[in-house]
Write a protein that binds this ligand. Structure first.
Ligand SMILES: Cc1cc2nc3c(=O)[nH]c(=O)nc-3n(C[C@H](O)[C@H](O)[C@H](O)COP(=O)(O)OP(=O)(O)OC[C@H]3O[C@@H](n4cnc5c(N)ncnc54)[C@H](O)[C@@H]3O)c2cc1C
Length: 405
């Protein structure tokens, strides 16, 4: 009897025909190729940290958690090739030992690198794109079961592969553009919302990483395990870059640590439980969008306690990237697990549509085929590449097929 699969948020559950965990790349190529040639559908599960049905399949579910590690480093180009099943956390130390770091990371690092890349996972900082934007190459098994290498020599394929939600094939290796190893000093603090608005431009300019969670109620901070922050105040995450030689032997207390960058990015939100929505809007409309969302929460949904998280990202060029062609600000809110939060999240979706919002592929959203085509001007270019790699739709599931319809 095949086992069922469940995601981190416990809102996605399904039973695939079979689950396969290859121990070597050759095993993966042989078994996945066999399944594809037999007409089976295939999807890959990363660490299960997406809230959307992006892993679901009635066919073969592939688990690449045994295919991990850094394969090669090009110190001169500051690039590395890593195995797709590596968690982001597991890459920090070997890259550091090679004198390199990932330029920016999100709030947790337990995701597989391939899963994080597939959905456009990102941190905060107007000078930095998502993890997907750092992808320079990819080796994958395509819909015919063949091993294909993608790089800048095929720019259409690379722009499709950078954010593919698993629709081009099974990624085995990922090439990443990195930066010289760096440290970070936390200066996290709690500030009234009015002060954050007042200092916003300075904070964006002065810190490598500026992001904040605004608390609509006194109970909100507890939802994300953010400590004691009262209503209409923000937990502000402020990170300054420091050179590796400035990192002390002891990092210091939480929220005032100095350490290697990859040790600083993950924060307390790992301990929380929630179902999240995150939409990206043009950075030029950040203030307007934050004010509109705050007003919606306070007037129409005063019982919703979700903190509103605000982060920034540099524009990029991946076809299905939420930041494609524009610097962006991301706005995220969550529902409490077990509560009827959908009317709230739908109202957020309707509100942010007025700001040309594009959702995070891994977080709850209400895209339709029409709003998908409107939001992603390069959807047709993505579809052309997808048909080239997967002409028989072996990597589509019902959720993604409905969107591409
Ligand atoms: C607590 C928490 C914190 C989070 N923090 C952030 C954050 O700070 N910033 C942010 O942007 N997002 C964040 N996310 C969202 C998360 O980063 C994304 O949903 C990400 O995709 C999860 O990676 P995963 O390894 O769990 O992939 P999964 O959710 O398992 O899979 C995601 C997609 O990748 C595909 N995939 C995985 N591996 C492969 C492969 N080898 N080949 C082809 N396709 C593959 C899957 O089929 C699926 O379509 C957070 C989520 C949670 C639950």
């Amino acid at each position: 009897m095949p086992s069922s699969w469940t995601n981190w948020g416990r809102n996605q559950r399904f039973t695939p025909a079979a689950i396969f965990r290859p121990l070597t790349e050759d095993d993966a190529i042989a078994r996945i190729g066999e399944a594809l040639r037999a007409g089976q559908r295939v999807r890959v599960a990363g660490s299960g940290h997406s809230f959307t049905p992006v892993v679901e399949t009635d066919g073969l579910l592939v688990d690449l958690s045994a295919l991990t590690g850094v394969i090669s480093v090009d110190a001169a180009q500051r690039q590395a090739v890593v195995r797709a099943g590596s968690t982001i956390a597991s890459l920090g130390e070997p890259l550091w030992n090679a004198g390199l770091s990932i330029a920016n990371q999100g709030d947790v690092d337990v995701q597989s690198i391939a899963g994080a890349v597939a959905t456009g996972t990102k941190g905060s900082g107007l000078a930095f794109g998502s993890l997907s934007s750092a992808v320079t190459s990819m080796r994958l098994i395509d819909g015919r079961g063949e091993v294909v290498d993608i790089d800048a020599s095929d720019p259409e394929a690379l722009a499709a592969a950078q954010v593919s939600v698993g629709m081009l094939g099974v990624a085995l290796r990922i090439g990443l553009q990195l930066v010289p190893a760096y440290g970070l000093r936390e200066e996290n603090c709690a500030l009234p919302m009015a002060e954050v608005f007042e200092r916003w431009d300075d904070l964006l300019r002065d810190y490598r990483h500026f992001s904040f969670w605004w608390m609509p109620t006194d109970r909100s901070a507890a939802m994300y395990a953010l400590g004691d922050v009262p209503a209409d105040h923000c937990f502000v995450k402020l990170l300054r870059e420091v050179p590796p030689e400035a990192i002390p032997a002891r990092p210091g207390p939480l929220n005032a640590r100095t350490d290697r960058a990859y040790r600083i990015y993950p924060d307390g939100t790992t301990d929380a439980e929630f179902h999240e929505l995150e939409y990206m809007v043009p950075a030029s409309r950040a203030r307007e969008a934050v004010l509109a969302l705050q007003s919606l929460m306070l007037t129409r949904f005063p019982h919703e306690i979700s903190p509103l998280q605000v982060r920034w990202q540099k524009g990029d060029s991946a076809f299905l990237s939420a930041q494609s062609g524009r610097d962006s600000v991301s706005l995220s809110v969550s529902g409490v697990i077990g509560e009827a939060y959908e009317p709230f999240l739908r109202a957020v979706d309707t509100l942010l549509a007025e700001f040309d919002a594009r959702p995070h592929w891994g977080k709850l959203h209400f895209l339709t085929p029409e709003s998908f085509r409107r939001a992603y001007p390069d959807a047709a270019r993505f579809e052309a590449v997808r048909r080239r790699f997967d002409p028989e739709d072996r990597f589509l599931n019902s959720h993604l097929k409905a969107l591409l319809a």
